[in-house]
Design a binder for this molecule. Sequence first.
Ligand SMILES: Nc1ncnc2c1ncn2[C@@H]1O[C@H](COP(=O)(O)OP(=O)(O)OP(=O)(O)O)[C@@H](O)[C@H]1O
Length: 517
Amino acid sequence: MRFGLFHALDGVDVTVHPGEIVALLGENGCGKSTLVKVLAGVNVPEPGGTLRLSGTEVPLPLSPGQFRELGLSFVHQDLGLARTLTVVENLMIADASAVSDRRMISWRKETKRVRALLKDYGVDVDPLLPINELPPVGQALVAIVRAAEELRRYRESGRVTQSILFLDEPTVFLPESEVEFLFDLVRTIVRDGASVVFISHDLDAVRRLCDRAIVLHDGVLAGEAQIDAVTDEQLIEMIVGKATGLVGATYRREDGATTADLPVVAEVSGLAGGRVEEADLTLHGGEIVGVAGLLGSGAEELPYLCFGAHRSTAGTLTVDGHRLRLPRLDAGEAVRHRIALVPADRRRDGIAASLTVGENATILVNEKFTRLGGVQFKKVRARIVELLEKYDVRPRNPSALLGRLSGGNQQKVVLAKWMEIEPHLLLLHEPTQGVDVAARASIYRHVRAATDDGMATLWVSSDFEELASVCDRVLVMADGRLRTELSGDEVTEDRISTAVYQYSTNAASVLAEVPGA
Ligand SMILES: Nc1ncnc2c1ncn2[C@@H]1O[C@H](COP(=O)(O)OP(=O)(O)OP(=O)(O)O)[C@@H](O)[C@H]1O
């Protein structure tokens, strides 16, 4: 498969067996989604490739929608749901044939049918709620149920004997604690007779769910392995193409300095807003401070409240001696005070998809390249080239539209953009989601280096292993308040996890809001 002169896939052979869950792994931009899109009839590959399903050869390229006749179904990262429509409506759109011969839709009957269907799959969401009112895990579950139903209809139609569900990073926006609900559903689908291809950068998740891994590297097949026959180090070596020593690496301060030795850069006091009832925190230059909490604890809102992206009801933020009233803070003022925010929802909040990579990377610092009212294009371009090299953005093409880059490469550009303002305070929310294992390590190193140079960093993540490897201190949030603090040797994945559940007195009720819990 070529895009212009660029070979996104080159001679890749892949086999999927009945009833198997196969992981499709590889670095950002190695061609995973491209392969899936060939099978979805979106990408038109070069002549010469073959596709054989249950022994029957199917000519390539596939036409859009042809996958339905072949027993293939897809859940892409953005889930592809109509967000303002209800769960019932979304499930009905997928099955238009079921209603095409009726003159009137009986919503009562449809709701009853969908309620029973969701129950069969063990998914507990209200069928009458619009998609965008469901929590992220509920949305992902609905998208997967819709695909599973599609597979069931294929099999019942008698046209296909085998069916394959492709899941392209559906867990990327989900807190770690909720991923398991999704996996239960995937296992149900496999029991019902489908095979699954699961794309992910989360090796833990891959280990929990998959039987076998297929690894791509720069558009070619790098290897295959049964999951229980390889170590993480071996898988990573296949993914990256060389030994990395990344397993178990840490990115904490090396000089042993403690909080007390470091200068205060930012102080938040009396913060309230959203689910945060009250939060006070002091952030030091040179220190990465993690925040851990269950969904609904308020942790996931802290970065946005401190940036003025979500409205606070009370509180102040003092950065480098400037006292800002949080309820009146807006993004413009935050940037002027060198506060940076890397948001979790990259597509919605992080990138300008229709601008180029270069425009995105320099959008916050245009004035640096303006002289006497004119833009110094040579200088801008030189800086962009430097940034693409430094953050290893692939391809190194400043003029590519950012929306066309693979997810992980978009994330590298988002970080590069924010680091350009030379932040005093960096606010991160799930900054490595969708990022491959090597690029993740490079993000850790960049943030560590800038923090060592005096920046204060607040890192909110549901990945406690990540927090344990990068943070010097971790605050635990529950019920809208910061409950405890772990530092030094206490910062381990186990201690963070234990503290989060111990302090979340409403852990049961938080989980009760999660469909399927
Ligand atoms: N429509 C397109 N036009 C031009 N280049 C494209 C297009 N789609 C993908 N590419 C390029 O093809 C390469 C493979 O992209 P792909 O999205 O398949 O990567 P991926 O392995 O899914 O990565 P990630 O893990 O980051 O999602 C990337 O270099 C990407 O920029």
